[in-house]
Design a protein around this ligand. Structure first.
Ligand SMILES: [Zn+2]
Length: 86
């Protein structure tokens, strides 16, 4: 898939889905961990973003680490795995 490829959007039906990155917020008892550079396919028409199964699994794993308090970070860079406190 190249950057110029588009695909039909599951939300609005427009042929406008493109690869990109989003920021995803994982919550933990009022504290929010910001996960940056999460790869997603984003719709140019309605703004809907869809994540691959692999990305969803990684986010779930991160969410579990955060819920257990095993990851003391407020910002995580998804592309590098680097965690930091802002
Ligand atoms: Zn759409």
């Amino acid at each position: 898939m190249t950057l110029n490829d588009t695909a039909p959007c599951p939300a609005c039906g427009e042929d406008a889905l493109r690869p990109g990155t989003i920021t995803f917020n994982l919550g933990r008892e009022g504290e929010t961990v910001r996960v940056e550079n999460v790869p997603a396919r984003i719709c140019d028409a309605c703004g809907d973003a869809s994540l691959s199964a692999e990305v969803q699994t990684r986010l779930l794993t991160l969410g579990e680490l955060i819920a257990r308090g095993a990851l003391n970070a407020s910002v995580i860079d998804f592309s590098t795995g680097e965690a930091s406190r802002a």
